[in-house]
Design a protein around this ligand. Sequence first.
Ligand code: ATP
Ligand code: MG
Length: 321
Amino acid sequence: MPHIEHANVSSFLVDRVNLPSEEAKKHRKQVNGLRDRLADKIAADADYGLVKSLHAGSVAKRTALKTVNDLDLAVYVKKAEAPSEDAKLVTWLADRLFEATSNMDRSQFEEQDHCVTVNYKGSGLSVDVVPVLYEGDADDVGYLIKKNSGVRLKTSIPLHLEFIASRRQTHGLAFLELIRATKWWKRQIVNRMDADFKFKSFMIELIWAHLVDEGLDLSDYPTALESFFEYIVTTELEERIAFTDYTPASTIPARGSAPIEILDPVNIENNVASRYDSAGRDKIVQQASAALDALTDARFATTKGRAVDDWQVVLGPTFKG
Ligand SMILES: Nc1ncnc2c1ncn2[C@@H]1O[C@H](COP(=O)(O)OP(=O)(O)OP(=O)(O)O)[C@@H](O)[C@H]1O
Ligand SMILES: [Mg+2]
């Protein structure tokens, strides 16, 4: 038997990686407090430019790490009433949010380039409020303004939540836990090896979704993690990933020329990996390869010390077996 087994990895995730449910509840309460203020204002004032708000991001998807400190709220904005220029839109949005709340200073609504960060004093938490330009489409499809680039993406936040929830329903908590383990691995790389390493959380989630859709068994975490890294190493992420939940297979286009193509399940025209160049892809493949080597070595290690050293390559120095 390998020295590090499912139970060792699973208890590490529970102790160190997962956001404890009490914490998650507190986070949700914070977001819901803001959502309630917005809903009241929307109901009371027909001319208010906001339509609704939806909790997006990892805390909503249940894929958040213990270290999460920013929450994501997508606010649906009436396109016709909002300024079109980003700088003006962000100020306008911050004003609208301030207007709906009480007991807060305008200075707590911090204007970023493309979103508004709401800073809470007591909890130290912050909520990134991301605008979605909305014209009444079905399924809450609108134009999400990406918080770091300002790019407009046609997509639907609730369908993303539903997409992740559907895999969670079929494959159980393991699906979420392995996503968190992989996000943790990525964090170790960023914190301790390469501050510029990029591997977007949503991409990690979609790769796991692809693997389970193809039949990957998640019951043994070490094996499942090895399979995840092996997939990246063997395909070099050349293989296009797409889903048919909301798009018939016949409409999915041939692979394009982007170094990585992971299509948004909601909108096949949106490549979630569009910001990655081939150097960015190579870095992911190299890191996955190092992780795969370590896990393979761990499986055959003859001492527990050696196996723990190997696992620390993936899960960081706090993993003690
Ligand atoms: N390129 C994209 N195309 C479509 N939707 C996106 C894209 N990027 C992010 N999103 C939306 O934003 C949500 C948040 O994703 P993101 O990867 O930014 O962080 P997260 O899940 O909150 O993880 P964490 O903050 O823990 O890294 C996604 O679930 C998705 O709904
Ligand atoms: Mg987030």
